[in-house]
Design a protein around this ligand. Structure first.
Ligand code: HEM
Length: 329
């Protein structure tokens, strides 16, 4: 008994160290990334961040659900061909038309910011940079951490619906997620902390219905759902088109309740809940559940890494789009 408690404490301490070391490692990685820079628009569009901030303030005043929507839009953008605003292109067969993009929102917010930015600093600021900064401001507006955004992304000219189908939808295995993140230069720590974005926002019932009645052909629900929570979800999700909060306890607060929910079998997406059953990710879930400031600090560091994903092969064709919906003529 005594030995067990002692070992538990050591494991706890080790976990804390892993997280702290990883936090520091994360920030080192982006500090010396010279492809993007913090002062990129200081000379030619110093008003940029002010415009984005003011516009978002007005949008969020009327509809606070746009904050999580913009964070997710940024994730989907960066997941395909890097953060190049390819998700915003609005033509037949583009990423935006993919099944995985069906419930994405916030496009009109980016369009509104872009038109003001074009009025003040024409042909200078990319849609990819605007979306990245909007995701940061959305995080802060939701009560999450602030971080400085490095700028200088270009807008891609290629956007293919079939590539967007690789964005995870909640039914993947943890190994799939780890490999996907690794292919973008993100590690397991980034995966666990960025999944913490699900502390706010909502999901369509479509994304979880497979867990509620006939999980993996067993004619039974997913056994990793708490029975009371299962009843609640079954009531809320009579139709695939309904929506339900990702964090059932504190849906509007950017806090560590998301991780606490996983410990109580109240993860809504299967991929969320599995973070707590996989031995590679579970210790990090426990660490974040009990250390709010570590979560906030690491979330900021990993968001910078997410925003720095670039597809260098696409660079020669990229541009500063004039309208985020279309490539330039
Ligand atoms: C790790 C893999 C991830 C999976 C499997 C995943 C999956 C999902 C799914 C299925 C939804 C609900 C979609 C719907 O049916 O409406 C969702 C929503 C959301 N996701 Fe993720 N996601 C992941 C990572 C991320 C990351 C990295 C971020 C941002 C940093 C993020 C931010 C969000 C937000 C904020 C929402 C709520 C959107 C809203 O309220 O409109 N997700 N995610």
């Amino acid at each position: 008994m005594k030995m067990g408690a002692g070992r538990g404490m050591i494991v706890g301490l080790l976990m804390m160290m892993v997280v702290v070391v990883a936090v520091e490692g994360g920030s080192r990685e982006y500090e010396y990334d010279d492809a993007l820079s913090y002062g990129y628009y200081h000379g030619n569009c110093p008003q940029l961040e002010g415009i984005i901030h003011r516009k978002l303030h007005n949008w969020f005043k009327n509809d606070s659900t746009l904050a999580p929507a913009l964070m997710r839009l940024h994730f989907h953008d960066c997941s395909v061909r890097g953060c190049d605003a390819s998700i915003l292109l609005n033509h037949k067969g583009s990423e935006r038309k993919a099944k995985a993009s069906k419930t994405l929102r916030g496009f009109q917010v980016i369009d509104d910011i872009k038109s003001e930015v074009e009025r003040v600093c024409p042909k200078i600021v990319s849609c990819a940079d605007i979306l990245t900064a909007a995701a940061r401001d959305a995080t802060v507006a939701a009560g999450g951490p602030f971080w400085s955004v490095p700028y200088g992304r270009k807008d891609g000219r290629i956007s293919l619906a079939k590539e967007a189908e690789s964005v995870p939808m909640g039914h993947e295995k943890i190994t799939d997620l780890i490999e996907l993140f690794q292919s973008k230069g993100l590690n397991i720590l980034d995966l666990v902390v960025l999944s913490g974005a699900h502390t706010i926002g909502r999901t369509s019932c479509d994304s979880l219905q497979f867990r509620l009645y006939n999980y993996k052909g067993t004619s039974k629900p997913d056994p990793t759902i708490d029975p009371k929570y299962l009843n609640f979800l079954r009531r809320k999700c009579r139709w695939a088109s309904e929506y339900v909060d990702l964090d059932a306890v504190t849906p509007k607060a950017f806090d560590v309740q998301y991780y606490k929910n996983l410990q109580k079998k109240m993860g809504i997406l299967s991929t969320d809940q599995m973070l707590y059953s996989d031995s590679r990710t579970a210790p990090l879930v426990s660490a974040f559940a009990s250390q709010s400031s570590v979560f906030h600090h690491q979330f900021a560091a990993s968001m910078v890494k997410l925003g720095n994903i670039q597809d260098f092969l696409a660079d020669q064709h990229s541009e500063i789009r004039l309208n985020c919906n279309y490539v330039n003529k």
